[in-house]
Design a protein around this ligand. Sequence first.
Ligand code: SAH
Length: 369
Amino acid sequence: MTVNLLDFDTDGLARLFSDLGEKPARTKMRARQVLQWMHQRGESDVGRMTDVAKALRARLAAETEIRVPQAVRDTLSEDGTRKWLLDVGGANAIETVFIPEDDRGTLCVSSQAGCALDCSFCSTGKQGFNRNLGVAEIIGQLWFAKQALGDFGAIDSAQRIVSNIVMMGMGEPLANFDNVVAALRLMLDDHAYGLSRRRVTVSSAGIVPAIDRLRDACPVALAVSLHAPNDALRDQLVPINRKYPLAELLAACRRYLERAPRDFVTFEYVMLDGINDSDAHARELLALVRDVPCKFNLIPFNPFPASPYRRSSNNRIRAFQQILLDADIVTTLRKTRGEDVDAACGQLAGRVQDKTRRSQRVVQIAQVH
Ligand code: SAH
C-alpha cells in the first residue's frame, strides 16, 4: 500500500523526506510544514501545501498519499453526542464518539478493531478481536472529527471544539503500545494538535508493564478500569487481572504518578447491580486505594444485547458514592451520554471480523439461555 503521511510524526516525516531526496538541513523544517498543513489546517492534498518546495511536493504527490478515514455512518444523539462509524478496511469498522459539554468537547478514540481482553460487562470485548489500529487510523479519528465539526483552521486554542481526548473507545490502548504512543505524540505536538498532556487521557484495564512504559515514553493523564475491590471479583470481571493482580496494578499507578501531568489516577468503576456495588465493596475499595492519590469515576452499567448484568439503582450508586466522598475521595458519576445511539461506555461495537471466534461463542451462549 502507498505510504500514508498520516502515519508519521515529525521525526518520521523528516526521515521520509530525506529518503525522497530532500537536503538534510531542510528535512525537519519541511516535516513541520507538512505536519501543520495536515493536522492544523486539515489539508489532505499535498498539491495545496503552497509553502512546501515544488520538487518535494511533486514527489510526495507521486509516491505518498494522505489517506483519511471514511465514515460509513454518522449518528447524532438527542443529547448532542455524535458517533461515527469509520471504515478501516477488511470489513472492519471502528467507532469514534464526540461528547460536547459546557466547558469542553471530548473525543473518545478507539485503539483496536475489537478487543482481546474479554471483560465480562463490555460489548466490545464480547465481539472479539481483529487487529491493532495503525497510527494513521488512530490520529485519523481526531483528524476526521475536527473536519466534521469544523474545528480546523485559525481558531484560537481556547475556542477549540475538540479540547480533550480520551483513549476510551474500542480496544485496550496499552495493548497497541507503539501506535498509540505515536498518535499521542501527534496529539501533543505543537506542530500538530498541540493539546496539553492533562487533556489527553489513556484508559487501561491494567497492563502493568505497559503502564510503566507509558510513564517513560509519553506520560499523559491516566485512567484505570478498576471495577472491583478484590482479586477474586476482579478476576471474573476483568480477566487480565489474573495476570496483573491488584497489588501490582496499584503499585504501577503509584510509579506512574511520579511522572504524570496530574497528581492523581482516575479509577473507573462500573456499577453492576448486586455484583460490585454494596457498601461493603465501597469500604473494601477505600482500604485498597489508601496509598494511591486518586479520583473515582462511577459508570452506570450500559446494557447491550445478551449482556448478563443490570445497572445498579440510582439510590445504590448514590450510597456507594457517598462512602467514597466521606473518605475525601473526589468521586464523580459519569453522566450516561449518547445511550440512545449506543455510544455510551461499553456499547461501542463497530464492526469486527472476530479472529478469536469469541463472538460465535457469545451467540451460542445467548441461544442456550
Ligand atoms: N480498554 C480500556 C479502554 C476502554 S475505556 C479500559 O479498559 O480502560 C471504556 C470504559 O468503559 C472502561 O472503563 C470500561 O471498563 C467501561 N465499560 C465497558 N463496558 C461497559 C458497560 N457495558 N457499561 C459501562 N461501562 C463500561
